[in-house]
Design a protein around this ligand. Structure first.
Ligand SMILES: *[C@@H]1O[C@H](CO)[C@@H](O)[C@H](O)[C@H]1NC(C)=O
Ligand SMILES: *[C@@H]1O[C@H](CO)[C@@H](O)[C@H](O)[C@H]1NC(C)=O
Ligand SMILES: *[C@@H]1O[C@H](CO)[C@@H](O)[C@H](O)[C@H]1NC(C)=O
Ligand SMILES: *[C@@H]1O[C@H](CO)[C@@H](O)[C@H](O)[C@H]1NC(C)=O
Length: 151
C-alpha cells in the first residue's frame, strides 16, 4: 500500500471502528511561547464538547520569552480552545488546535509526532510549523481584543 492509501485506511478504520472519543490517530506537540510581551500572559487550554470541558490541559502563566508545551493525541474533529489574558488589559479566545491548524502544521508523516508553534505577541497570535526566528514562517492568525474600552 502506498502512503496515501495507508493513511486513508487508518483514518477509515479509526473513524468507523471505535467510539467517537477514541479515534486517536497521531500525536501532536503544541508549543505556546511569548515574545516581546513585557507583562507576561496567562491562559487556559481545554477541549469542549457542547459546553462541557472534556479534556483540560490546565491553566498556565508565562513570563517574558517563556514557553509551555504539551503532547496530546489527536482524533477526527479534535478542537482545542485557548482563553488568553494579557495582564488585565486584553484577552482572546482562539482555536489553539483545529483542522486549519492541523493543515498548517502537518509534517507529512502520521506516524511521527507533529509539532506546532504559537507565538504570543503584543499585537496577537502567530502560528508556525517550525520554530524559526521571527518573523520568518510565522503567520498572523488572531489579534487581541481589549478587556477595557479605550486601551
Ligand atoms: C482553569 O481555570 C478555569 C477558569 O478559571 C477553570 O474553569 C478550570 O477548571 C481550571 N482548570 C484547571 C485544570 O485547573
Ligand atoms: C487516546 O487518547 C487518550 C487521551 O486523549 C488516551 O488516554 C488514550 O490512551 C489514547 N488511546 C490510544 C489507543 O492511544
Ligand atoms: C525556539 O527558538 C527560540 C529562539 O531560537 C529558542 O530560544 C527556544 O528554546 C526554541 N524553542 C523550542 C521549543 O524549540
Ligand atoms: C474577554 O473580555 C470580554 C470583555 O470584557 C469578556 O466578555 C469575555 O468573557 C472575556 N473572555 C475571557 C475568556 O475571559
Amino acid at each position: 500500500m502506498n502512503f496515501i492509501m495507508c493513511a486513508l485506511f487508518i483514518l477509515a478504520t479509526l473513524s468507523c471502528g471505535f467510539g467517537q472519543r477514541s479515534n486517536n490517530f497521531t500525536q501532536l506537540r503544541m508549543f505556546i511561547m511569548t515574545s516581546g510581551i513585557k507583562e507576561g500572559i496567562s491562559f487556559h487550554v481545554y477541549e469542549k464538547v457542547k459546553d462541557k470541558i472534556v479534556k483540560d490541559y490546565g491553566n498556565h502563566t508565562l513570563g517574558i520569552n517563556e514557553e509551555f508545551d504539551w503532547k496530546f493525541w489527536i482524533g477526527i474533529g479534535e478542537y482545542v480552545r485557548g482563553d488568553f489574558w494579557l495582564a488585565d488589559k486584553k484577552n482572546a479566545t482562539i482555536s489553539v488546535f483545529n483542522f486549519d491548524v492541523w493543515k498548517h502544521c502537518y509534517n507529512g508523516n502520521l506516524f511521527k509526532t507533529q509539532h506546532c508553534y504559537w507565538k504570543v505577541h503584543p499585537d496577537g497570535f502567530y502560528l508556525s510549523k517550525h520554530n524559526n526566528t521571527f518573523p520568518e514562517g510565522w503567520v498572523f492568525k488572531h489579534p487581541w481584543a481589549c478587556l477595557v474600552e479605550g486601551i
